[in-house]
Design a protein around this ligand. Structure first.
Ligand SMILES: Cc1cc2nc3c(=O)[nH]c(=O)nc-3n(C[C@H](O)[C@H](O)[C@H](O)COP(=O)(O)OP(=O)(O)OC[C@H]3O[C@@H](n4cnc5c(N)ncnc54)[C@H](O)[C@@H]3O)c2cc1C
Length: 298
C-alpha cells in the first residue's frame, strides 16, 4: 500500500529514496518517503498532516546509522540543510538548530572565544544526532553542555524542555516522553579567549593517525564495555581484516567496519554479528552496538 501524503507536500517528497545516499556507510535500502523541510514551520505542518500511525525516522548526516537493505517504512525527515540557525544568545550560551553540523559549532565557538567545544570537530554529524546519541570525543560530551532543548512531537507541537528532564549517559539518552524529536538546543560553554584552530587541528591529526578517516564507516561500531575498549577486545580476538563481501573490520582501528565500495547492509550487519559472537566466545563479553540499526531485511 502506498503511504498517503497530504496533497500540498506531494510534489516535495521523494519516494523510494535510496538511503545509501544519506549514510556515511553508503549502504542501505530505500526510504518509503523522504522529506526535506524548508524550515521548522514547514516541518510542523508536514508532521500535522501525517497519518497517525506513520513510522517516522529523523535523519541528521547518517553518520551513525545502518539502514537494512529492505529499506524503511514510513517517512524519513532530513534536518540537515533545513534547521541551520546557529547564534550566540548570551555571553556563554549558544543556540543551535538540529541540522547544524557539529564541526560548525566547534569552529564558531573558537571565533566567539568559547569552549571547550573543540570536541565537536571530531563528530561528523548534526546537533540533532549528537543530542540523540550524547555524542562525544576527545573527553568532551554533548549533554554536558545542554541547558535546554526544543522538540517537536508527531502532531507538530513544539515543546521546550530543561536538560534535567533527560538522563544522558555514555552514548545513551533517556527522554521523558516518547516521540519527541530535537529541533534545537541551547548549549553553555566557558569564556575561552585563547581557544584556537591549532588545538582542533592537532586533535584531528591525532585521530587521523589511529582511525581510518576518509573511508566509508560509521565511526565506532560498538560501545566500549565498562573498564575496557571494544577495539582491544576485537583486535585480541584476531578479527582485524575479517571480511564479509565488501565489508571488513579495519586493520587500522578494530572498532571500525569499512565499506570498501559495494557492501550491502546485510554484509555490514553480518560482520557486526560475527564480531559480537567471536568476542563473546573469546572474552565472555557481549559488545553492544553504538551504531543504530533500522529498517527491514531484504
Ligand atoms: C568517521 C566517523 C567518526 C565518528 N566519530 C565519533 C566520535 O568521536 N564520537 C561520537 O560520539 N560519534 C562519532 N561518530 C558517530 C556519529 O558521527 C555520531 O553518533 C553523530 O552524533 C551522529 O549524528 P548524525 O547527525 O549523523 O545522526 P544520524 O546518523 O543521522 O542519526 C543517528 C540517530 O540519531 C537520531 N536523530 C538524528 N537527528 C535527530 C533529531 N533531530 N532528533 C531526534 N533524533 C535524531 C536518528 O534517528 C538516529 O537514531 C563518528 C562517525 C564517523 C563516520
Amino acid at each position: 500500500m502506498i503511504m498517503a501524503v497530504a496533497p500540498e507536500f506531494m510534489p516535495r517528497v521523494r519516494r523510494n529514496e535510496p538511503m545509501s545516499r544519506h549514510t556515511s556507510w553508503h549502504a542501505g535500502g530505500p526510504a518509503e518517503v523522504y522529506f526535506e523541510p524548508r524550515d521548522r514551520t514547514d516541518l510542523a505542518s508536514f508532521l500535522r498532516a501525517l497519518p497517525r500511525d506513520t513510522a517516522i525516522l529523523w535523519l541528521g548526516l547518517g553518520s551513525n546509522l545502518l539502514v537494512r537493505d529492505g529499506g524503511l517504512r514510513g517517512v524519513v525527515i532530513a534536518t540537515s540543510g533545513a534547521l541551520e540557525r546557529l547564534e550566540r544568545v548570551s555571553e556563554t550560551t549558544v543556540y543551535a538548530e538540529a541540522g547544524v553540523a557539529c564541526a560548525r559549532i566547534a569552529r564558531q565557538c573558537i571565533k566567539w572565544g568559547l569552549g571547550p567545544a573543540e570536541f565537536f570537530a571530531g563528530i561528523p554529524g548534526t546537533v540533532g544526532g549528537a543530542l540523540a546519541m550524547n555524542a562525544g570525543a576527545f573527553g568532551g560530551e554533548t549533554w554536558t553542555h545542554v541547558v535546554e532543548v526544543e522538540t517537536l512531537d508527531r502532531r507538530g507541537r513544539q515543546h521546550t524542555r530543561a536538560a534535567g528532564e533527560y538522563t544522558a549517559s555514555y552514548r545513551h539518552v533517556r527522554a521523558p516522553v516518547e516521540e519527541e524529536w530535537f529541533v534545537a538546543t541551547k548549549l553553555t560553554f566557558e569564556r575561552r579567549p585563547q581557544a584556537n584552530e591549532v588545538e582542533v587541528k592537532a586533535l584531528l591529526a591525532r585521530r587521523k593517525a589511529s582511525q581510518p578517516i576518509g573511508e566509508w564507516s560509521c565511526g565506532s561500531v560498538f560501545m566500549n564495555p565498562p573498564g575496557d575498549h571494544a577495539a582491544r577486545l576485537i583486535e585480541d580476538a584476531g578479527l582485524k581484516g575479517a571480511r564479509i563481501g565488501d565489508a571488513s573490520v579495519s586493520v587500522k582501528h578494530a572498532n571500525f567496519i569499512i565499506n570498501h565500495g559495494n557492501a550491502r547492509a546485510a554484509d555490514l550487519e553480518g560482520l557486526i554479528h560475527y564480531v559480537q559472537e567471536a568476542v563473546e566466545r573469546q572474552h565472555g563479553v557481549r559488545l553492544d552496538t553504538e551504531v543504530r540499526i533500522v529498517g527491514e531485511p531484504d
